[in-house]
Design a protein around this ligand. Structure first.
Ligand code: ACO
Length: 330
């Protein structure tokens, strides 16, 4: 088995920022309510007829590539984690074309807010077993297009964004992807969904249908309880299997859903608040993009040092929750 490590990270957000005051002009809410319940002050929203999740993903990818002067043609595989694709057949191929990574195989991965962590784990398997050397993992979502802007319980939460990581093979000694823990509870899939509604076409010659997707539906209280109970045990199981103690963790980087969830998970684990990486105040919940977006920002702020242990955990629709423990090797 070879090693795998994250070599570079890049991110991209749309220019338009919508703060809580602006949202309170659309639905009955207030800056005070949103900040107290979620910690979110503003979020970025993608606009423009021809702009899509692929544009954000491409910009984040190019930024990650530029940091290490890697050419797009050196990428062997692209994994695009998204729940808001341009095309239900997949958008990773559009990303491949847009950045000129014409030698890369490419596929989409759908696992909502756990998507980036699952992408990193998937990439590490391909690298550690010797199949590929350079893999681009992108978490990107434009959930604003599935947001019901008259539903105050959800429209305050989400923002658009993308984050990209280049994962490369290395010696076993240099391995930076230490271990993972993945979970799914399909019985609760209806607690958070963008459901497909099938409409039977009555006037067709044979039984046929043309469906559409509904808006984001979320049982906020249940998702909150799920996150606070399941994420700490997933992190602990993963650390235990690696014989790493909670005290050895330098950074906790959770999916940026809600500041209260971040604090509750840290408290349950006995992790002090100075070890929490958080940027949801500025961006809201950007789904699959939230972890790489926050990682990129933490790196730009020179928070993370060589050999730091970082616990990354995603959680959300599915319901899915996933932990990966990494050691920063650059
Ligand atoms: N402004 C003002 N009042 C509101 C708003 C709002 N934006 N939204 C709801 N309310 C009201 C409700 O109507 C309710 O009023 P009532 O008591 O008269 O019925 C009251 O505020 C309390 O509502 P709750 O839903 O109980 O509020 P709660 O404290 O649970 O907070 C929240 C809601 C912030 C959504 C919380 O439940 C939460 O963060 N849940 C987790 C969400 C999450 O983490 N999602 C992650 C996954 S996302 C993904 O995978 C794509």
């Amino acid at each position: 088995m070879r090693g795998a490590r994250i070599l570079s990270v890049g991110s991209a957000v749309p220019n338009l920022s919508i703060n809580n005051h602006k949202i309170s002009e659309i639905v009955e809410t207030s800056d005070e309510w949103i900040v107290t319940r979620t910690g979110i002050k503003e979020r970025r929203i993608l606009t423009g007829v021809n702009k899509s999740v692929v544009d954000l993903a491409a910009l984040a990818s190019i930024r990650a590539l530029k940091k290490i002067s890697m050419k797009p043609k050196d990428i062997d595989l692209i994994i695009l984690a998204t729940s808001s694709p341009n095309d239900l057949f997949g958008s990773a191929s559009q990303l491949q074309h847009q950045i000129g990574a014409n030698k890369a195989a490419a596929f989409d991965l759908t696992a909502a807010c756990s998507g980036f962590v699952l992408g990193v784990v998937t990439a590490s398997q391909f690298i550690q077993n010797g199949s590929y050397n350079n893999i681009l993992v992108v978490g990107a979502d434009v959930l604003s297009k599935w947001t019901n802007w008259s539903d105050r319980s959800t429209c305050i939460l989400f923002g658009d964004g993308a984050g990209a990581a280049i994962i490369q093979s290395c010696s076993k000694r240099q391995n930076g992807i230490l271990g993972f823990q993945l979970n799914t509870d399909g019985q609760k899939s209806d607690q958070l969904s963008i459901a497909y509604r099938n409409n039977v076409l009555a006037d067709a010659k044979w039984p046929t249908s043309k469906g559409e997707f509904e808006y984001i539906h979320m049982n906020g209280k249940e998702v909150y309880k799920f996150a606070v109970s399941k994420v700490p045990s997933s992190i602990l199981d993963c650390l235990d299997s690696l014989k790493i103690s909670v005290q050895d963790v330098n950074w906790m980087l959770l999916h940026q859903a809600n500041e209260r969830i971040l604090n509750a998970v840290a408290e349950k684990l006995g992790i002090t608040s100075d070890k929490i990486i958080a940027n949801l105040r500025k961006y809201g919940n950007t789904s699959a993009a939230s972890i790489p977006l926050a990682l990129d920002e933490a790196l730009q702020q020179s928070k993370i040092n060589k050999n730091d242990i970082i616990v990354m955990a995603g959680f959300g629709a599915g319901l899915t929750w996933a932990t990966v423990v990494i050691q920063w090797k650059c």
